[in-house]
Structure formats: structure tokens, C-alpha cells
Design a protein around this ligand. Sequence first.
Ligand SMILES: [Zn+2]
Length: 368
Amino acid sequence: MIKSILLLFLLGLTSPLCCFGADTGDLSIPVLCYHQFDAASRAPYAISPATLRAQLNTLKRKGYTPIPLSRLVDLLYGRPVNLPKRPVVITVDDGYRSLYTLGYPIIFKEYGFPFTAFIYTDIVGRTKEAVTWEEMEEMAAAGVDVQGHTKSHHPLTRRNLGEVEESYRARIRQELGESKQILEAHLKRPVTCLAYPYGIFDEAVEAMVKETGYLAALTCNSGNNDRATGPYHIDRRIVGRRLSLARFEINLEILPLDVTDLTPAEGEVVYATPEVVSARILNLDRVVATSVRFHIAAQGGIVPAIDPATGDAFCRVPKPLSKRVHEVAITARDRLTGEPRQASWIFIIRPPKDTERRPRTEGAIEGE
Ligand SMILES: [Zn+2]
């Protein structure tokens, strides 16, 4: 016991890379990302009401307390917030009708859990499978938090064929601004958070999101959050049909790994498999350096080269990547507890001859 306290003390004092405050080491806030609730659907992001209840029961059994998204945002801006011992945030994306028919009654009424619905405004009232404005207004009046997910759900980094930079930027500002205004006009409350469609964004998109008046934005990068998380980089755990309850439970407890200087960069478009993937691990002092692994597409468990002085870690990509959107995950074991830590980001490979194309459908699955 005394030994471990001494170790903590020494680590805290001697680490030049430590980016945690003294009391923040083990904070880990998962943000769950649901889409559709439907027992019959084979869609990858549709789950049955029974699975939803089993997951919400797991949260209760494990001592998790769902908190409003606004409280996490306050924390990331350094405002004083009261946090329960094990906070979690629940979100539901897009605006499928099952948000109103199953998500709202189960999550909000039956379990009494706050949640945020991220709605892209073009979907509302469009088909029988979409929520209506009356339903959205009812949920918002009851206390459901409703936030932005753009107007059309097109990926924000994608240029249309032949589109010049100025037109692209004007179109994205319209996607962000118009949807915000439409939601605010219908729901009579401010919209301050955005979920990036497909979780895809880059530096330029992030700057436009800020300029449009959003205070925070959420990705679909697998990971949990702590005080070091940037307000426009809040990671989420997508909950899909293939996620087992055991994995759901494990994911809740994974601690963040704080990374920066990513190559390829977050949301970057490259035109061939990159030779090298790299990141600077800011809290390398918190993990067992030999346990660090890179996972790129199905090429898991790659041992990187690490410079212990800077936290710079890189690995070569062993095989060509065939998909379009790629998530890189970095995992490691916590030095003190042995618990897993994780960070991830996405980049996009576009074959040189591929012209910009339109996304498949509205509400298509995140990450393509
Ligand atoms: Zn979406």
C-alpha cells in the first residue's frame, strides 16, 4: 500500500509528459451511441429493445449513472461539475422513428436516464421510419436533449465533384448553421452540440463547427473521455447488433489514452495505404510501454517503435488496406492497475481515380 502510494507520488512528480491533474488519473466517461431499436432489423446499428434493456441493466448493476451531455461539456471546459462515481452519457443518432417509439419510452421514461438525440433535420417527417416534428417537440418538452447532426447527413469532409474550396466551405457552413436554426426554431431551445455524420471530421471542419456556434462535437472514434478530451473530439462507443453484452461491459471501463500529432491526421484523405502510422502518446508514463499496440483495420496487435522521451510511437503498415474508412486504435495496459487504455482515430483512403461521390442514403451506417 505504502509502496503504491509512493509510486503514485513519484510518477506524479517526475513525469514530464503527465497531462492529468492530481485527481484525474482514472476518470473515464464513456459516451454510448445508439441509432435504431428494432428486434426484426438486420441493420448493423439496430438493436432489439431486449438488448437495450440488458445494456441499461448492466449500467445500473455496474454502478454507472447516466449524466446529461451538457455536464460532460462543462467538465471539458474546466467548469466545476458534480460527477457521480461512474458517469456515462447516452446518445441516439439520426432520427429514426424508433427513437420515439422505443428509445424515449425505455431509456427516458422506464429507466429515468437522460439522453441526447442527435437529429439531422432532413430526416424529420420524411418517411414512416422517421420521427416527426410533433414527436421531437414532445420529447424535447419532456426533457430529452436534442442536438445537431447537420441537415443532410453528408460527410462533412467530402467535396462534391468539381466543387471549389469556397463553395465547399459555404455548403458546410450551411449544413451546420441551417440545421441548428431549424432545430432551435422547432424546439425553442439552443443547440450547442454536434455529432459529426459518420464521425468524420478534420481540422477545417472542426474550425467551421466552432465558428457556427457549437460548443462541442462528438466523434464515433472508439474510446472513453476524461478531462484531457478536447470539446470537439468527444469519443463515443457505437452500440451495434454484433456487440456482445460482455464486450459492452468491458468497453465501459477502458481508460483513455491521450494522443496527439496523428499521422495520417484525424479525418485525413490519403490516396494509398500509408507506409507509416504514428501518434504521440501524451500519457505514456501511465502505461506499460512494452504493452502498446497499434490496430489498423484487421491488422491487429502491431508493436510500435516508441521514443520514451517524447512519447512518439510509430509502426509500418504491414499489408495494403482495401477499405475506404479506417480506424486506427492504440491500446496499452495501465502501469499501475494493468487495466486497458485506448485511443483511436480515423483516416480515409481514396483511390486516385475515384471522384467524389455522394453518400449512399441518409442515415446510412456510420463509418461506411
Ligand atoms: Zn448519423
